[in-house]
Design a protein around this ligand. Structure first.
Ligand code: SF4
Ligand code: SF4
Length: 99
């Protein structure tokens, strides 16, 4: 019997070393959604920047919004909801997308 104890025999999960299976989905960076700004609609009011709870939106000197901290964005959609001109839409981030 060696060192194969009765404990491991009764609780095989303790010694299982195979692949873990399940239905849990892990969001990868590729799947995350980020705000996209329609600068034709945008009237540079800065509301989105002020309401973002993560400080993820920055403003250029002319008031044009941009995603300042992509990693800080948690896709809460508050900016999208608060924009008075429907100029923000959360989109799935594309591989290699800089915004
Ligand atoms: S809230 Fe909308 S209109 Fe105002 S700066 Fe942001 S994107 Fe532009
Ligand atoms: S989705 Fe939320 S966290 Fe991301 S930029 Fe908009 S307000 Fe900020």
């Amino acid at each position: 019997m060696g060192h194969y104890s009765r404990l491991n025999y009764n609780f095989p999960a303790l010694i299982y070393n195979g692949p873990v299976t399940g239905t849990a989905r892990v969001k990868t960076k590729k799947q995350r959604r980020r705000p996209s700004f329609d600068l034709v609609r945008c009237k540079r009011c800065s509301i989105c920047c002020h309401f973002c709870p993560e400080g993820a939106i920055g403003l250029h000197p002319d008031g044009t919004p941009y995603l300042l901290e992509p990693e800080a964005c948690r896709a809460c959609r508050l900016c999208e909801d608060m924009c008075p001109d429907w100029a923000i839409c959360l989109r799935s981030e594309q591989a290699g997308d800089a915004s």
